[in-house]
Design a protein around this ligand. Sequence first.
Ligand code: LMR
Length: 399
Amino acid sequence: MFETIQSRGVDQILSLMLAFRSDPRDQKVDLVVGVYKDANGDVPVMKAVKAAEKVLLEEEDTKTYVGMAGDAEYRAFVPPMLLGSEAKVIKEGRITSLQTVGGSGALKVGCDLLHGMNPDQLVWVSTPTWANHIPVATDSGLKTAQYPYFRLSDRGLDFDGMMSHLEANAKAGDAILLHACCHNPTGVDLSFEQWKIVTDFVLKRGLLPYVDCAYQGLGDGMEEDVAGLRYLAERVPEMLLASSFSKNFGIYRERTGALSIVARTPEELAVVQEAAETAIRSNYSMPPSHGARVVATVLSDPAMKADWAEELEEMRERVAEMRSELRRMLEERQVTRDLSFITDQKGMFSYTGFTKDEVVRLRDDFGIYTAGDGRMNVAALAPENLEAVADGFAAILRA
Ligand code: LMR
């Protein structure tokens, strides 16, 4: 029977991550998967996370099930972090957060929820979007449609194209997937003014916003990165929000995410939450505990929380510095085209605009691995690999 299975191809981000590991060359640079690396090229465990794990090792006294919604203390930290403790939806009891298996788990549960609500539900996604967005949505049975987003000519945002396409094609009841910050894969974000325009449009057209917030704290800062999201959340009646602590706590493999649901009333919220818990139950029953306990332990201890915030800020600054350094080195290498996109784009990624052939050339000739679409993980640049990356990029960009 298995012979009838058709290959759908392997996710290019994860397959390139593995291809890099098995590349025997000494001179190679991994700019594929979105993990933060320090100046030594290591993916560090943050100090506050280590401290919390010590506490947990001593104090954890049970391994019993956590329940479908996950860890209650952890769940309570999510809405204020995303939306601010003064958020209207928190005061009105219109938001709940469910612990999920990473941000991907949150996206999946949210998509299952949407499909359960309407089998013909359509979700709009940006062109391009994170490689897993469309597979998650379509595997849940949703229909997807794409709105223009990235403009190759200046490697910036095609906001007019985005809005005119949505204006002409989006219908009441459609969902729209937006990236809160540090857009994956492009690093190109909506400005605050553009969030306002999107909010007005969402309200006018009657769309359901579904926001993916995986990189809070890695763009301009924990508060700054969600200013647009907060503006939206103050105004829309309903919303889904998938978030993750993978990046800002560096706990990727602990799969620590949340699906937050905003409903019109607390009563409606209870019904939606139950439906989401049913989706969780049939997907994976309930989330694992460790990552959520780590996050809750850090955030409930003022000293650990301060340590975490400081280290996150250092990470953010290091990424910004790597952007400037790469730009400077390319300019030094007489790359004459406009390189401002490198420093303008936000977060861990930069979308180089390299073609498929250029991506292959970078990999084969220079041992530099980017994602297949030319996305590079800027957070993996370090003093030890910058020269090599600048040489490889310059050879391509000058050609
Ligand atoms: C990425 O985009 O590199 C990360 O979100 C990791 C992943 O799962 O793709």
